[in-house]
Design a protein around this ligand. Structure first.
Ligand code: AP5
Ligand code: MG
Length: 196
C-alpha cells in the first residue's frame, strides 16, 4: 500500500493534480473538502454545521474530518493506497491519521508540498470563484482567511512529517503538466520501495 499526502495552501493545485495522480497510480482520492461539500449538498446536519465554518474560511473541527477519513479508510480496505488531499490540516489530524495508518501497517510514504506564491493563490481562487459556485471562492476576505488558517494551523503538519523525513517540496507554478511530471518523478523514485 502506497499512501501519500498532497499538501499545499488553498488554490495550490491539490485537487487538479490529485485527479491525474490517482488515475495514473490507481490510488483512492480522499479530499476532505470534497467530502464536506457532498455533506452540504445532501443537507445533512454535519454539512449544515460545516458550511457555517467553511463560508468564513475557517477549519471544521478535527473530530469531524478525522471521523470521515476513518470511515473512508474502512470502506476501501482493498485499494492500492490513498492520496490525501486537504487532510491532515492540523497537528491533531496528522497524529490521528498516523494512528489509523499504523493499524494498517501502511504509514505515509511521502508528503508532496506544492509551493505557490500568495499572489498566484489569490488570483487562481478569484478566477475560479467566477464560475465554481464555491461560496468560499468569491470573497476576498474569505480567501485571505483561508490562507491565514493555512499558515496558522496547517503549516505545522509539514513540520510533523519533516521530522519523519517524508517531505518533498515541488514547485506548484507552471503548467499543470509540468507540475504533474515533477510530482510523478518524486513518486516513481519511492513507489517501489517496500511500504507495507
Ligand atoms: P478544500 O476543499 O480542501 O479547499 P482548499 O484547500 O482551500 O483548496 P482548494 O480546493 O480551493 O484548492 P486546491 O489546492 O485543491 O487547488 P485546485 O486544484 O482546486 O477545503 C475547503 C474548506 O473545507 C476549508 O476551508 C475548511 O473549511 C474545510 N476543510 C477541508 N478539509 C478540512 C480539514 N482537513 N480540516 C478542517 N477543515 C477542512 O486549483 C485551484 C484553481 O487553480 C482551479 O481553478 C484550478 O483550475 C487552477 N489551477 C490549478 N493548477 C493550476 C496551474 N498550474 N496554473 C494555473 N491555474 C491552476
Ligand atoms: Mg481542493
Amino acid at each position: 500500500m502506497f499512501n501519500l499526502i498532497l499538501f499545499g495552501p488553498p488554490g495550490s493545485g491539490k485537487g487538479t493534480q490529485s485527479e491525474k495522480l490517482t488515475s495514473k497510480y490507481n490510488l483512492k482520492h480522499l479530499s476532505t473538502g470534497d467530502l464536506l461539500r457532498n455533506e452540504i449538498q445532501s443537507q445533512t446536519a454535519l454539512g449544515n454545521e460545516a458550511k457555517k465554518l467553511m463560508d468564513k474560511g475557517h477549519l471544521v473541527p478535527d473530530e469531524v474530518v478525522t471521523g470521515m477519513i476513518s470511515s473512508a479508510l474502512d470502506s476501501n480496505q482493498k485499494c492500492n493506497g490513498f492520496l490525501f488531499d486537504g487532510f491532515p490540516r492540523t497537528s491533531a489530524q496528522a497524529e490521528a491519521l498516523d494512528r489509523l495508518l499504523d493499524l494498517k501497517k501502511a504509514p505515509i510514504a511521502i508528503l508532496l508540498a506544492l509551493e505557490v506564491s500568495e499572489e498566484e493563490l489569490v488570483r487562481r481562487l478569484f478566477k475560479r470563484g467566477e464560475t465554481s459556485g464555491r461560496s468560499d471562492d468569491n470573497n476576498d476576505t474569505v480567501i485571505r482567511e483561508r490562507i491565514i488558517e493555512y499558515h496558522r494551523k496547517t503549516s505545522p503538519v509539514a513540520e510533523h512529517y519533516q521530522r519523519k523525513g517524508k517531505v518533498v517540496m515541488v514547485k506548484g507554478e507552471g503548467s499543470v503538466d509540468e507540475i504533474f511530471s515533477a510530482l510523478c518523478k518524486e513518486i516513481d523514485s519511492r513507489i517501489n520501495e517496500k511500504h507495507d
